[in-house]
Design a protein around this ligand. Structure first.
Ligand SMILES: NC(=O)c1ccc[n+]([C@@H]2O[C@H](COP(=O)([O-])OP(=O)(O)OC[C@H]3O[C@@H](n4cnc5c(N)ncnc54)[C@H](OP(=O)(O)O)[C@@H]3O)[C@@H](O)[C@H]2O)c1
Length: 323
């Protein structure tokens, strides 16, 4: 693949905190853009793979301060995209869970809230850091009932005992504790991420066992390529844009039954009816609330010029299914 010709990023240094699905996607694009990339991971095996791809690697828990002395003193861009989805054995051992759900909440608090505390402390002492992007989630919004949700819509209050409240707490910590200009932050609230190697809906259809809540609620999705493009748009945003919150979702939230039916038609021979039936019964079992709303991406487009390459699920999945 030829090198990127956009000079803005060439030879700039990017620090990625939490190099999972999205982090690795951005890391690959950063190398292609001719950047230096340092990644932080807790996972030794993961570290070996990242080094082989040409990244500098720090093995540490973001929530600790162990990495502060190991991080570069000067970086142009920081991406905090940790997620507590896959806690390492070492991280789990550091917890003292009262129950499985407490364990998950504790892991989440550690990655998001304690991680953000550690990041803002490091930012205070770092010599030169430019733009910080934090990938939050649209699950900070409590609205359902078909509401249109933009960045001014109320969010759940910070609460380190709930999944969504933990995300709000992490956002607020960045907003409150990030040092002033020339440092600047952007919070990107991502909708459900999908793309090559990450497609829960398609996997469910292929197994003929769709699940995940009621079928009539709209799904707000974003393809990983478009999520990465939003990160690059924030890094490249003119200096007049600083300390902003943006939703990152595609243009066309669609009812879940529509998405599952369409996917079932594409992959056949699973009948669309069986997808619907399986989903309804799974919905009855589901304990997790799924909210019907339309996440607005207008501000992201208007202010920093982001446009989704995959404006709806059909475009995103069609590309994946063609490979
Ligand atoms: N996936 C979605 O649908 C979705 C939706 C909305 C928002 N988001 C946001 O998008 C971002 C990226 O999501 P993703 O799906 O790419 O996540 P992911 O694949 O689960 O990757 C997250 C990475 O963070 C690392 N990590 C977690 N806690 C850490 C810690 N304390 N210290 C160091 N590393 C840590 C994990 O590494 P280990 O191997 O060490 O565990 C993992 O590699 C997250 O911020 C998430 O909140 C995702």
């Amino acid at each position: 693949m030829p090198r990127d010709t956009q000079p803005l990023f060439v030879q700039k240094h990017l620090l990625i905190l939490g190099c999972g699905y999205l982090g690795q996607y951005v890391a690959r694009e950063a190398l292609w853009r001719g950047m230096r990339v340092t990644a932080l991971t807790r996972n030794e095996t993961h570290a070996v793979a990242l080094r082989a791809q040409g990244l500098g690697v720090i093995v540490a828990d973001l929530a600790s301060e162990d990495w502060h002395a190991l991080a570069p003193r000067e970086v142009d861009y920081v991406l905090n995209c940790v997620s507590s989805g896959a806690a390492s054995a070492a991280a789990r051992a550091a917890l003292s869970p009262a129950s499985a759900s407490e364990d998950k909440l504790a892991a989440r608090r550690r990655s998001y809230v304690d991680g953000m505390r550690s990041l803002t402390r490091w930012l205070r002492d770092a010599e030169r850091v430019g733009t910080i992007v934090y990938t939050s989630s649209t699950s900070v919004y409590p609205q359902g009932g078909g509401a249109v949700v933009d960045e001014d819509s109320p969010t759940v209050p910070p609460d380190t005992n709930t999944r969504a409240g933990i995300l709000t707490a992490a956002e607020q910590r960045l907003q409150r504790d990030c040092p002033p200009a020339p440092k600047r932050w952007f919070i990107l609230r991502l909708a459900g991420l999908y793309g090559p190697g990450r497609s829960h809906l398609l996997d469910q259809v292929l197994k003929n066992a769709p699940s995940l809540g009621p079928v009539s609620q709209r799904l707000n999705l974003v393809h990983v390529e478009d999520a990465a493009a939003a990160i690059w748009a924030a890094f490249a945003a003119p200096a007049t844009f600083a300390n902003r919150v943006y939703n990152v979702a595609d243009d066309a939230p669609a009812p879940k039954c529509e998405v599952l039916t369409w996917l079932a038609e594409q992959v056949g021979p699973i009948s669309p009816d069986s997808a619907k039936t399986a989903t309804v019964s799974a919905a009855q079992r589901s304990s997790r609330q799924v909210l019907d709303r339309i996440i607005s991406n207008v501000r992201l487009k208007r202010e920093i010029g982001w446009q989704p390459r995959y404006p709806d699920y059909r475009a995103g999945y069609a590309k994946m299914l063609s490979h």
